[in-house]
Design a protein around this ligand. Structure first.
Ligand code: LMR
Length: 337
């Protein structure tokens, strides 16, 4: 056989395979597992880090040979600034940003940032599982994003590089790193402080070098990022929450082959139960580790102190009530029962 005819046959074979792939994309792809990239910004030993690893384990078990879930923690693949666009562009399939980072996509989701709205994470859970919480999962579909689960982290605490952190007046004039959220910006302005939006990956250095004086976060994020090593005081304010929405590109999710979608949905539901059960334990353990490290002092607050913080942050509610909707706020308040 001449080498020309071998080459021609090879070309025809390749063209035939390409045509099959175009006509039957899932048949062609079935040979190689579908790569699902899951990118997030926190460490592995955090509620979200553990949830993502559990999802990988379960998805690959339920869909053997069909999916290859690759988890990228600690902003390794995409940080705060780029991860939403990356999902929309299809560069990554799943992300789980904090609920504070979606206000560009829907104003309603700002509800989760209202200070002192939820008494605890159990209340957050009740709200998220109720009709209003479930509606929010699909509220960004017109922007190309769909929520597939809520994951918990925990209550936020406030930290600064100052010795005294008991009352709102102690933070007047201080610079605070905040997540990209207008509600959080208003919250610190209400305290007479200077908020600065900044990606999570940059916070440690900003605290260390004094670019900012303080920040707010959960025990698990404070411990895993070593913020307590570059802060003097952490006040146990529990003034807000950090929770997540796991989101996918809506077109990608809706277009998955039915068996893959079913397997991934089940894996996500089980990983959610797993991670949400762990979240409080991780936060409480990390609180103890911060205490034992004796770097930053943990400042407990009395009832009157908490009441003063609550009062100082009150104007924030009025400012955002219109955008969020009273119906949503009432449903959230009811979940505190
Ligand atoms: C933060 O930016 O402080 C948090 O949203 C990080 C995270 O994902 O928990």
């Amino acid at each position: 056989m001449s080498s020309t005819s071998t080459t021609r046959r090879r070309v025809l074979k390749t063209a035939g395979a390409a045509a099959t792939a175009m006509a039957f994309p899932y048949v062609a792809r079935a040979q190689a597992p579908m790569v699902i990239k899951f990118s997030h910004v926190v460490a592995e030993k955090t509620p979200k880090g553990q949830g993502a690893l559990k999802f990988k384990e379960l998805a690959e078990k339920k869909l053997p040979g069909k999916v290859d879930v690759q988890v990228f923690p600690s902003s390794q693949l995409f940080g705060d600034a780029k991860e939403m666009e990356a999902v929309l562009l299809g560069d990554v399939q799943l992300i789980a940003p904090s609920l504070s980072k979606f206000d560009r996509y829907t104003k309603k989701i700002q509800i989760f940032d209202l200070p002192f709205l939820f008494d605890d994470i159990a209340a957050v859970d009740r709200f998220q599982s109720g009709p209003k919480g479930q509606e929010l999962l699909v509220s960004m579909k017109n922007r190309g994003l769909v929520g597939v689960a809520y994951w918990h982290n925990g209550m936020k605490q406030l930290s600064t590089n100052r010795d005294r952190l008991v009352r709102p007046e102690d933070v007047k004039g201080l610079k605070f790193r905040i997540q990209a959220s207008d509600v959080l910006e208003a919250q610190f302005r209400a305290l007479g402080a200077n908020p600065q939006k900044m990606a999570f990956a940059e916070v440690y250095q900003a605290l260390q070098t004094g670019v900012v004086d303080g920040q707010e976060n959960t025990w698990s994020n404070i411990y895993s990022q070593k913020f307590h090593e570059v802060q003097k005081t952490i006040a146990e304010t529990n003034h807000g929450i950090i929770d997540y929405m796991v989101v996918a590109n809506a077109k990608w999710w809706d277009g998955l082959p039915p068996d893959v979608k079913k397997g991934l949905s089940e894996a996500m539901a089980e990983a959610t139960t797993f991670a949400n059960k762990l979240a409080d334990d991780i936060n409480q353990d990390d609180r103890k580790k911060i205490e034992a490290a004796s770097k930053a002092k943990i400042q407990k607050l009395g009832k009157e102190d908490v009441a003063a913080w609550r009062k100082a942050m009150e104007p924030v509610w009025k400012k955002f009530e219109g955008d969020i909707g009273r119906d949503l706020i009432d449903a959230a308040l009811k979940s505190n029962a």
